[in-house]
Write a new protein. Structure first.
Length: 460
């Protein structure tokens, strides 16, 4: 992950430029957004002058239930920070002006992401962005930084979101009718949409690398240049929202579901490299740049040691676990290997670019939680000098070693009982995300599925 900044990097929007744009009538709306537990952006669209006069230095309020509801925005029990008993009060969404940017796909609009604080200025510790910030502080305290790249796959349908809803998400038409993995023709067939997404994201201060087709019908991936961990995660959530908004303008629908059908799922392979805050080599052995240093070995060993109990952060939904199918390019074995896509952890690159790829997260993962978990596990491995098991060579689907949890129930049990999780993230975060998983499991247990109707309606 060799860092090379140049003039092709999109410039961020400064506060001075925003003020000038507002005065000139080029911007009239500023969106202030936070990331919820599910990795979605929530917030407000503010009149630009009001944002400049009142919000820049003081923030804006939002109901604290935004971090204590289910996917359908239903208020649910079990959360310490927000409940009927506590009155569902407000927290503060404090703009992080380093994230200010244009939103090219919306008329005269800029956006800024916010940190979530209580009214006394203290962190809302269960906020995903705050969880990652704390892990990055742990790295900073020992003069290290994390560089991250996320590879987010999605499926495009020629149905609008409204049409897909009314169809019950059945009988949808994918944008490509056959496997278009690396197919230039497959990408070109829908390049009006993909080009719009690429160029819009570049205009929103993201460094776009490429677009490629994937294996499932209508499945594609747009890749972005790696960056410092927090910026990558910020870009990830804005991109995910923007992609859906742009697709809707094209009368199409995009899903980031981990497993939409029985074919290949949609992943969020996450690449992570650690280096000194001065840019010095950390992960790679200086004498052999293609191999891990002692630090790198322990950091990767921490991933192996804690992968199972961290999986709730990588796979937060019932559907997430449908990806882990043998021979599907989604991992099942907790192994690492050099450029081996059958393993959960894949080592790639050399020198400053030496990094590992976590192949467990799906397209539905919250990037802040994914990266926070990876850093916490790595630091624990370094602290305890955890030995790195030998690299796996061959087909990891056929090994009988430890497996990625196969269900949300199993992942919850491991997360909830983990001393490592309690120590690394604190009991409040452990309890908060335990409840999130429990809410999903309880909701699914009450649902009647098409699978049940087809098997039971007549034949039982």
């Amino acid at each position: 992950m060799e860092r090379q900044r140049n003039s092709s990097m999109p410039a961020a929007l400064t506060l001075d430029q925003l003020e000038a744009d507002v005065a000139a009538g080029l911007i009239d709306t500023v969106t202030v957004a936070i990331t919820d537990m599910q990795g979605r952006l929530s917030g407000k669209k503010l009149q630009a002058n009001f944002f400049l006069d009142q919000i820049v230095g003081h923030g804006t309020e939002g109901c604290n239930y935004l971090l204590a509801v289910d996917v359908d925005m239903n208020t649910v029990g079990g959360y310490e920070m927000s409940s009927w008993e506590r009155g569902y009060g407000d927290f503060v969404m404090m703009p992080d002006m380093a994230t200010l940017r244009y939103v090219p796909w919306q008329d005269k609009t800029a956006m800024v992401l916010a940190d979530v604080l209580w009214e006394d200025g203290s962190d809302v510790v269960a906020s995903p962005r705050q969880i990652l910030r704390r892990q990055l502080k742990m790295l900073s305290d020992i003069d290290l930084i994390a560089l991250v790249g996320t590879e987010l796959e999605f499926i495009v349908f020629n149905d609008s979101y409204e049409s897909a809803w009314h169809k019950g998400y059945r009988d949808l038409t994918p944008s490509n009718l056959y496997n278009v993995d690396y197919s230039l023709l497959g990408v070109s067939r829908i390049d009006d949409l993909l080009r719009d997404i690429r160029n819009s994201m570049a205009g929103a201060s993201m460094y776009v690398e490429s677009v490629k087709g994937e294996c499932n019908l209508g499945q594609h991936e747009i890749a972005f240049r790696y960056d410092e961990a927090l910026r990558t995660c910020d870009n990830h959530v804005i991109y995910k929202l923007g992609t859906k908004e742009i697709a809707a303008k094209h009368n199409k629908a995009i899903t980031f579901m981990a497993k939409f059908n029985e074919r290949e799922g949609s992943s969020c392979h996450t690449h992570l490299s650690v280096r000194g805050s001065d840019g010095s080599l950390t992960m790679a052995d200086p004498k052999s740049p293609g191999k891990l240093s002692t630090f790198g070995q322990h950091f990767l060993a921490g991933q192996i040691a804690h992968m199972a109990e961290m999986t709730l952060m990588f796979a937060p939904n019932i559907n997430s676990y449908k990806r882990y199918v043998e021979g599907s390019f989604a991992p099942t074995a907790i192994e690492w290997g050099n450029d081996n896509r059958t393993c959960a952890l894949r080592l790639v690159g050399h020198g400053q670019g030496l990094r590992f790829e976590n192949r467990v997260p799906g397209g539905d993962a919250n990037p802040y939680l994914v990266v926070a978990a990876m850093i916490a596990a790595g630091l624990d491995g370094v602290k305890n000098k955890t030995p790195l098991p030998p690299e796996f060579v061959g087909n990891a689907y056929q090994t009988d070693t430890a497996r990625v949890p196969s269900s949300l129930d199993e992942a919850l049990r491991l997360w909830k009982s983990s001393e490592f999780i309690a120590k690394s993230f604190g009991p409040e975060v452990q309890a908060h995300y335990s409840n999130m998983a429990k809410v999903e499991i309880d909701a699914f247990s009450r649902a009647i599925t098409d699978w049940e109707r087809f098997r039971s309606f007549e034949r039982m």
